[in-house]
Design a protein around this ligand. Structure first.
Ligand code: PMP
Length: 360
């Protein structure tokens, strides 16, 4: 069996060791005679899986005790509504920083639930840079400020954390959670879909500071009420049990690799291989301002876009898949999440060099 180099933006490549362990444990988890998929979420076996997943995540991200970790459903797009429903009630207003397609979508969805202001917007520059903090127009009465730490489509990433004072900072970290160390205490709330760096789709992680619980709008569905879920240990409804189990295995794998510092070094090394080549190339280019380039999603264009299909077919023939850029921006995009090896990125760059030599 050969595994491909999978550059998909998500659902995305996962550590092979985790997939193999899951395969070994598929029909009989630890001698219980059951698959994790078949376990009651209230049974002691699953409760131990859930508790260990949470404990490992807390350890990896050094999550302070006054934050709850919730395992929810609905994805990050679900959170676009769930966040305002739970948080905006304190003042009725929120600020959104628009740095790409995902944060723009979050901002639009939030409008149903309160007064939404755009504190900064990178659209005039085609989302190729994060607007400078000095230019943000922040409202001291906002219930929160929302950012997307890594724009999966445009490939821009925050390499600094905005200081928003008493106004809680909320971040969609779907595509860069667990890729580097973060200071959780600088955020009021972090949310992320699991399907890039954590596990299968269907699971959403929410990390929320205690004092932000209890302000939900009356229309909030109980299953999406953070306080209710926190009080029920994320088991007000049946949680996505199998996805939590896989995420738990991924967390342990990341810990065994050395935790966030080691992961960040691995991700920086990989991204450097690709960006160094892109900057040297006369045929391929990445449009993003160097200081805001994503370590996770690297969009790039060919000089001659008539050759896009040829490029993709050649990549496929070499075992490299899912390099097509998002339909809204075109070109290519290499998503190089935690589980992408440096060999995968080197193979891509080698192919790009050959392609440039032939067509450049
Ligand atoms: N936010 C970001 C940054 C994303 O990358 C994605 C998915 N690519 C989403 C939100 C939406 O996630 P979902 O479809 O799981 O709701």
């Amino acid at each position: 069996m050969t595994r491909v180099f999978n550059f998909s933006p998500g659902p995305a490549t996962l550590p092979e060791a985790v997939l193999r362990q899951a395969a070994d444990e598929m029909v009989d988890w630890h001698g219980t005679g059951m698959s994790v998929m078949e376990m009651s979420h209230r049974g002691k076996e699953f409760i131990s899986i859930h508790a260990e997943a949470e404990a490992t995540l807390r350890e990896l991200l050094d999550i302070p005790a006054n934050y709850k970790v919730l395992f929810m459903q609905g994805g990050a797009i679900g959170e676009n509504a769930i966040v305002p429903m739970n948080l905006i009630g304190r003042t009725g207003r929120a600020d959104y920083v628009v740095t790409g397609d995902w944060s723009k979508k979050s901002m639009k969805e939030a409008k149903t639930y309160g007064e939404i202001a755009v504190a900064a917007n990178g659209e005039a520059g085609k989302f190729t840079a994060i607007p400078k903090f000095a230019e943000w127009k922040l409202d001291a009465k906002a219930a929160y400020v929302h950012i997307c730490s890594n724009e999966t489509i445009g490939g821009v990433q925050f390499h600094w954390t905005p200081e928003t004072g008493d106004v809680p900072l909320v971040a969609d970290m779907s595509s860069d959670i667990l890729s580097r160390s973060i200071d959780v205490s600088k955020y009021g709330l972090i949310y992320a879909g699991a399907q890039k760096n954590m596990g299968p789709s269907g699971l959403t992680i929410v990390i929320v500071r205690d004092d932000l619980l209890g302000h939900a709008l009356p229309i909030t569905p109980t299953a999406f009420n953070y306080k209710m879920q926190a009080e029920a240990d994320s088991m007000y409804n049946t949680p996505p049990t199998y996805a939590i189990y896989i995420a738990g295995l991924v967390f342990k794998h990341v810990k065994a690799m050395g935790g966030m510092k080691a992961m960040e070094a691995h991700n920086r090394a990989k991204a450097k291989v690709l960006y160094d080549y892109l900057d040297a190339s006369k045929y391929f280019r990445n449009p993003v301002a160097p200081q805001d380039r994503s370590l996770m999603n690297v969009p790039f264009k060919l000089k001659d876009d008539a050759l896009d299909e040829t490029f993709l077919m050649g990549a496929q023939a070499r075992g490299m898949i899912q390099l097509k850029g998002h339909r809204s921006v075109g070109g290519m995009r290499a998503s190089i999440y935690n589980a992408m090896s440096i060999e995968g990125v080197q193979a891509l760059v080698q192919y790009m060099k050959e392609f440039e030599a032939e067509h450049g």
